[in-house]
Write a protein that binds this ligand. Structure first.
Ligand code: ADP
Length: 481
């Protein structure tokens, strides 16, 4: 890996402002070629506890500093992340596989949360409430929740960290974070830059390790951790929630999705095809908001399918470090196997392949960008998130049927719809049981919009003016006169 600043590449965990090697190590590999990139510290429960020991006093001191003071450290961190964006993108692509241009986009997106919450820190306001009794005065204070645990996934190795850590430290909290075992290097580089920005020891602790269940359990069992924030599978989210029940922690959970994308006859075909391509194939389909089920009205179905297949066919697949590549490898064999299973199941039950459908000639975990038509609700893909580059088209005739099919899922994270009819836009947006509805666009994420889901997709909202509330407690102060 060629970096302008090789000191960004850390392989030890970052606890209480120091780099901790531990006794054993685990390999991080490049999914594009299977090469081992680094041997990273394999830590566990003992180090999580040591990190919490450090975080508790550090948090108290951090919370005492003014919001303006905390914001200045964060602003410096933001500047350093942006100044090192090229290197961070190279690290990200090498450990995760997404095309370098997408990695650069993620660095800017990830950094935007640091910038945003540095500002939000200064706008945390309690209230003076109108009193119902003349001899009392009623106030609210907003105070940091304390030390929080964070567990993040591999698909956005930078942004999923900053979306949690930035609001937390802005609010005056400290964290113990476990990054995904596939992508610890991005997390450690962020810690290096936070340290350079002047973030005090113990505020952002990063524990790397292979034994995620032990690390998670130790965080959840510790009373001193007052909140867990997690992005990943619904299954693991449930485990963390159960494990946090005894200490009654506040939870933020960003879990699985099964995004519907609805294209109505009155859609602008160009916008619908472009939007579907962006939503479906970004990150090789490995995001929890990627369109999983594409419902297309019968009048526009054939034209849309043809155009989508042409655009899909034209996608450049390869190593994310190669210029012009638009789709990298799938993260690992397990991910690849699920994609294959979904395609085989669909074809076995009558789906038609317009393009793709099998592992790519490049080998490894590369998979062909794929379009399937004639999909039906008895196919596995209808219920489960594929997390891969497979566009699956379902035909519908009636708006109510389309809404019912879209809502027929245990998940409720993101939904998309394409229509030029204003009344339909509002009607369908209101009827969709999803936390996010994107209209006539395939991309909606920014630091300003609240990100989060309904039903089994999770709890809480990240980013936006609401995101910092997840890390604050409201204290009611009643003063007798
Ligand atoms: P994915 O399919 O994206 O890998 P996971 O939910 O398995 O989704 O992983 C998301 C994060 O949760 C990763 O950091 C992973 O190491 C961690 N993780 C996996 N299993 C557990 C567990 N039992 N307890 C705590 N964290 C876990």
């Amino acid at each position: 890996m060629k970096l302008n600043d090789p000191t960004l590449l850390h392989v030890d965990s970052y606890i209480n402002g120091g780099w901790v090697a531990g006794k054993t190590r685990f390999a991080v590999t490049n999914p594009a070629n299977g090469e081992v990139i680094a041997e990273v510290a394999d830590l566990g429960s003992a180090e999580v506890t040591a990190a919490i020991d450090a975080a508790v006093p550090a948090q108290k001191a951090w919370a005492k500093r003014t919001a303006k003071d905390r914001a200045m450290v964060m602003r410096k961190w933001y500047d350093l992340v942006m100044a090192n964006a090229e290197d961070l993108a190279v690290i990200l692509t090498t450990e995760m596989g997404k095309p370098l241009a997408e990695a650069k986009g993620e660095i800017a997106y990830g950094a935007s949360f640091i910038d945003w919450f540095a500002e939000e820190a200064r706008r945390v306001c309690g209230d003076v409430l109108e009193t119902p009794q003349a001899d009392k005065r009623l106030l609210t204070f907003k105070q940091p929740i304390g030390v929080f645990g964070a567990i993040t996934p591999w698909n956005f190795p930078i942004a999923m960290i900053t979306r949690k850590v930035a609001p937390g430290i802005a609010a005056g909290c400290a964290c113990v974070l476990k990054p995904a075992e596939q992508t610890p290097l991005s997390a450690l580089a962020l810690a290096e830059l936070a340290e350079r920005a002047g973030l005090p020891a113990g505020i952002m602790n990063i524990v790397t390790g292979m034994n995620a269940p032990a690390i998670g359990e130790t965080m959840c069992a510790d009373d001193r951790i007052r909140k867990m924030t997690f992005t990943g599978s619904t299954e693991v989210g449930r485990i963390l929630m159960r494990q946090s029940a005894d200490s009654v922690k506040k939870m933020s959970l960003e879990l699985g999705g099964n995004a519907p994308l609805l294209v109505f006859d009155d859609a602008d075909l160009d916008k619908a095809v472009t939007g579907a391509m962006m939503s479906k194939f970004r990150n090789a389909g490995q995001t929890c908001v990627c369109a999983n089920r594409i419902f297309v009205q019968d009048g526009i179905y054939d034209a849309f399918a043809k155009r989508l297949a042409e655009a899909t066919d034209a996608l450049q697949v390869g190593n994310g470090m190669t210029d012009g590549v638009e789709q990298g490898p799938i993260i690992n064999d397990q991910g690849l196997a699920k994609i294959k299973r979904h395609v085989e199941d669909a074809v076995g039950k009558g789906a038609i392949l317009l393009t793709g459908g099998k592992p790519h000639a490049l080998g490894g975990t590369f998979f062909e960008p794929t379009v399937l038509t004639e999909m039906t609700s008895d196919m596995q893909l209808f219920r489960e998130e594929t997390f891969g580059p497979v566009a699956a088209l379902f035909k519908f005739n009636d708006e109510d049927d389309a809404i019912a099919m879209a809502n027929d899922s245990e998940f409720g994270l993101a939904a998309y719809l394409f229509t030029e009819n204003a009344a339909r836009l509002f009607r369908v947006s209101e009827a969709l049981e999803f936390g996010i509805v994107a209209v006539n666009t395939g991309i909606f994420s920014s630091e300003v919009g609240p990100f989060g889901g309904l039903k089994n997709s999770g709890l809480g909202r990240e980013g936006s003016k609401y995101g910092i509330d997840e890390f604050l407690e409201i204290k009611f102060v009643c003063v007798g006169m």
